[in-house]
Ligand binder design. Structure first.
Ligand SMILES: [Zn+2]
Length: 200
């Protein structure tokens, strides 16, 4: 996780480098994307192994670890890093992690009880436990920015990485920070949504 080398100003809600350069929201999101891609590759690998070995306990234990870590990374990055998390932040983090682990448990039971096949699609699904953490990160960050007094947000499309369905009409304009078009995760592009939110 790249954050410990950065400084965080809780009042301005901005990260800066050792030399005092303030990191843009885009740079932070890119740092997050790198962390999430690495985690997604690990989950994909773990799940490919599982597809061939069918070793349920081994797979579940390592996926649960990955899910916990990646949730914590995305959440902490939205809130100034682990050291800056308040008690109430930790409570929300705990709830988010529980939600993720609950969906994993449902998947696990579906596989275990033959309600879903253990096949080549599974490693691609597994990656979503990492890649969709962008939604938690952006929504959590916008919430904090709003509480700290920022007034506006702008949705930015994620380039050519994934096509966005309902996103383009909502993007590239400043909106009041509480506007529903700034909430990520419910768009037509669903788990493929690669939008981010700028705030000011
Ligand atoms: Zn999108």
């Amino acid at each position: 996780m790249p954050i410990p080398t950065y400084h965080y100003d809780p009042a301005a809600r901005r990260y800066s480098t050792d030399k005092g350069r303030i990191l843009s929201q885009k740079e932070i999101r890119q740092a997050l994307d790198t962390v999430l891609e690495k985690s997604a590759s690990r989950m994909e690998k773990l799940t490919k192994d599982f597809v061939s070995t069918k070793d349920f306990p081994q797979w579940a234990a390592s996926m649960v670890d990955e899910i916990r870590v990646v949730n914590t990374q995305a959440f902490a990055l939205a809130n100034g890093g682990i050291k800056n998390l308040s008690q109430s932040d930790l409570g929300r983090l705990g709830n988010q992690t529980k939600e993720q682990l609950k969906t994993f448990r449902e998947l696990y039971l579906d596989l275990k009880n033959d309600r879903k096949p253990i096949d080549g699609r599974l490693p691609q699904w597994a990656k979503l436990y990492a890649t969709t953490r962008t939604f938690d990160y952006e929504n959590e960050r916008v919430k904090g920015d709003k509480e700290s007094g920022m007034l506006e947000g702008m949705r930015v499309l994620g380039g050519s990485k994934e096509p966005c369905g309902t996103c383009p009409p909502k993007a590239d304009k400043w909106l009041p920070i509480e506007h529903e078009d700034l909430v990520l995760g419910g768009d037509e592009c669903s788990v493929g949504c690669n939008c981010s939110i700028l705030t000011r």
